[in-house]
Design a protein around this ligand. Sequence first.
Ligand code: MLT
Length: 252
Amino acid sequence: MQKCKINGIEIAFVDRGAGPLLLLVHGFPLDHSMWDAQIDVFAQRYRVIAVDLRGFGQSEVDANPPGGTADMELFADDLAALLDSLRIDGPIFLAGLSMGGYVAFQFALKYPRRLRGLILCDTRAMGDTPQVAAARRQTAQRVIADGPRSLVDSMMPRLFSEATLKRRPEMVDSLRRVMMETDRQTIAAVARGMARRPDVRPRLDEIGCATLVIVGQHDAISPVDEMRAIAAGIPRGRFVEIAASPYFSPAL
Ligand code: MLT
């Protein structure tokens, strides 16, 4: 992995392949390794950068996030600064999954000229309801006091279908390991940041670049209909629903 100091924090990232730039942004509380399979494929035709956002994976932890909160816009600013430090001026393709999508929305709205295309995977445009936001703030406190185990346990059945939990133990274990190793202050700061992220639905029509909106058929966190509405709200949005292979269908 490479490292680069930006906005006062050392950021780690994988940089592979050559061609148009594809920047990949992971979900919560994960790191760049969730994209390993995609990096292998896309690096054959693109220059792929898969970043560990500040505090995650091998990136430095922000010891003092303002108000103990890491906002999605801060991560978008880090991505812009990373591109600057790598002297990448031309417009790029940006893909974000789940929390990575929250960051990608902020990037698209703040740095529209830096984007050639946007890929939103299993994410949400609306902000948290007051109940969800309150639960996240409680989670933040609990993780600081006791570590991430209860958060991770509660997330597993939402990240994987029952069939995947049973049949792909190696994939499940590797994600679980990354989550368990994530710094607890980072988890807390980002949970608080997600709790107050803005509702971007009223601004979807400002996203001018070609945008692919992808959702897995059984996604429990980002419902299919909600993602279809995101694509409909973006002028050049295109919606793709990925059907689960029968092997991983919850019905089995
Ligand atoms: C993620 O996978 O990035 C998170 O589950 C997103 C969220 O909690 O809203």
